[in-house]
Design a protein around this ligand. Structure first.
Ligand SMILES: O=C(O)CCC(=O)C(=O)O
Ligand SMILES: [Fe+2]
Length: 563
């Protein structure tokens, strides 16, 4: 095969950290790498042979002309792996069923590579026939190379070919042919996280096929799928139940996520059951006449509690107004209900306090407290330090926020400008795409795909400051939802945990050698940024105030929202 290289930069797998060779574009490599590493991203369902899939390393992806017919293109994908115990039969060699799985899954990757090259997307298809010849065995610990080629790809069926090589003994283990076809129309009645019968390629997202509530995210709405052909950043998935039960490995994954990108998915958190009701409360509130909503507006003085109309905040230094409206409910008001602590709210909020808002806030506080406790230990702080700084006993800027972005926003305009979150932890639930992150060292904004039943959590600035920069608060923004999703209103529900009002924001170096050491490695300028030395209440008020278009004097006003 001669190559048709369309990208010269290298692609490194974020899962296995190997450089993926071959002439295919980085985009094609990323699509395939994401497919191979679905178990690492751990979506909610169990997956057939996930430990085997997890051991695969995407080594090479190429698009080139076929040797026999140079006018035709061929997709070629090479997977490497080391034989592990999950693959063995009673004779201690790789099981024939496992070989069949290799041929099935890996030849499909070659077809996907070609499909994405030609159509910028790939089609879900199912197996019709699998023919395999077994040539020689492979034993535990031996290195295997699975070489896959597309053979033909027509309108309704496609054929792939696989050779499995034993690199340890330089001999062929098996060869096979795989014929795939388009499936009959799906009867699945929920938003499919993974439609996979071992032979079907995984499809992530909400197919627009049902009006039933999704059993995973409990959404009462049906949305078009999140597109497969846009730059998307994978996040580590943390199982909250495992963290809660003291699973050290899970805590390590959480720590890794929080100290690298600072974003992660959280599953099994138990707050999902309140989220749709929070959206209903938001819809009832946003449907009130503007005059009524404006009675509860947050104002220009730096308080964030209450209603914010679309266009009240700037999205960038030019003063471009934002496109979202939201209602912020103080954690202090939810926890003191029916007594008012901080301010009053529209009737639509009051009516839902007992049934919806108080349970959502309590659950969110419990979850974020648990996460803070893990960070406390990892940072080597005296027990309970971070929890004390975020105690519900003290008033703080912690709040629940329900956000509505209108449908059909102009594509390419920011709904919510690039920012880092001001507080310590954000616990976010959304159904449609639009959230984007700019990962450190990367110059392209990448979408974070909403996964049913998974919250998106992130570290905010206050926690980055307190930890001397060990915990990472990453920049993010909200764009109109991608693809066909743009035609729908976008709702998000956040709970922001922020330090108590009196907490002075500076690294906790006196209480943790790890923080002291991290701070000692910083430049003076970095140290100054991390030590504003003011109380949390003053710091938040200043940043919130400077977001307001009405307070804008020039580009410097928006710049003053950044730290
Ligand atoms: O709506 C979203 O997905 C993110 C919202 C957000 O980043 C925020 O409110 O700080
Ligand atoms: Fe944010």
């Amino acid at each position: 095969m001669s190559s048709t290289s369309d990208s010269h930069t290298t692609f490194t797998s974020p899962y296995t950290h190997n450089v993926v060779g071959g002439s295919a574009s980085n985009y094609i490599k990323k699509v395939l790498d994401d497919l191979v590493h679905i178990p690492s991203r751990r979506p909610p369902q169990k997956l057939f042979a996930s430990t085997i899939m997890d051991s695969m390393i995407l080594a090479d992806v190429s698009i080139g002309s076929m040797a026999e017919e140079p006018a035709r293109l061929e997709g070629k994908v090479v997977i490497q792996l080391v034989v592990n115990e999950d693959m063995l039969n009673l004779a201690n060699t790789v099981h024939g069923g496992c070989i069949a799985y290799f041929v099935d899954f890996c030849s499909s990757l070659a077809l996907v590579a070609l499909d994405v090259h030609q159509n910028n997307d790939y089609t879900l298809s199912v197996s019709q026939a699998l023919n395999i010849v077994f040539h020689s065995p492979a034993a535990l610990g031996e290195t295997i190379r699975i070489v896959n080629m597309s053979v033909s790809s027509g309108g309704r069926s496609a054929t792939g070919r696989t050779e499995i090589w034993n690199d340890s003994h330089k001999r062929i283990i098996a060869s096979g042919t795989h014929i795939k076809m388009l499936p009959s129309k799906s009867k699945v009645k929920l938003c499919a996280v993974i439609v996979d019968e071992g032979i079907t390629l995984p499809l992530l997202g909400h197919p627009m096929i049902s009006h039933h509530p999704c059993t995973l995210c409990l959404s009462r709405h049906t949305y078009p799928e999140f597109p497969t052909n846009i730059p998307t950043h994978p996040l580590l998935v943390i199982d909250y139940e495992l963290v809660k039960n003291g699973d050290e490995k899970e805590k390590d994954v959480l720590w890794k996520a929080a100290t690298t990108l600072g974003f992660w998915y959280l599953k099994n958190h138990g707050a999902e059951e309140f989220v749709e009701d929070m959206f209903d409360m938001g819809a009832e509130t946003m449907d009130l006449p503007m005059e009524e909503k404006m009675k509860y507006e947050q104002g220009d003085g730096g308080s964030s509690f209450g209603y914010k109309y679309a266009g009240a905040n700037a999205v960038d230094a030019s003063g471009e107004p934002d496109k979202i409206e939201f209602i912020n409910i103080a954690k202090d008001d939810a926890l003191s209900w029916p007594k008012q602590a901080r301010r009053s709210y529209p009737s639509t909020v009051n009516n839902r306090m007992d049934s919806t808002i108080v349970p959502f806030v309590k659950k969110s506080v419990e979850i974020n407290d648990m996460i803070l406790n893990v960070f406390n230990t990892k940072l080597g702080l005296p027990e309970g330090t971070l929890n004390k700084l975020h105690s519900t006993e003290e008033y703080s800027a912690s709040e629940a926020r329900t956000i509505k972005a209108p449908k059909n926003l102009p594509i390419g305009r920011q709904a919510l400008g690039a920012h880092t979150d001001f507080g310590s932890l954000s616990f976010l639930h959304n159904r449609l795409g639009g959230l984007q992150v700019l990962p450190p060292g990367v110059d392209e904004w990448q979408y974070v795909k909403p996964l049913p039943g998974h919250a998106i959590c992130n570290v905010g600035d206050a926690l980055a400051l307190l930890s001397g920069g060990i915990l990472h608060s990453n920049i993010h923004r909200v764009y109109p939802p991608p693809g066909a999703q743009v035609g729908f209103e976008r709702w998000s529900q956040v709970f922001f945990t922020r330090p108590g009002n009196s907490v002075v924001l500076r690294p906790l170096s006196d209480h943790s050698p790890a923080i002291a050491e991290a701070v000692s490695k910083l430049t003076e300028q970095q140290r100054n940024v991390l030590s504003p030395g003011v109380t949390a209440v003053d710091w938040f008020n200043r940043r919130i105030k400077n977001q307001r278009v009405k307070n804008r004097a020039g580009p410097e006003t928006w710049l003053a929202t950044i730290h």
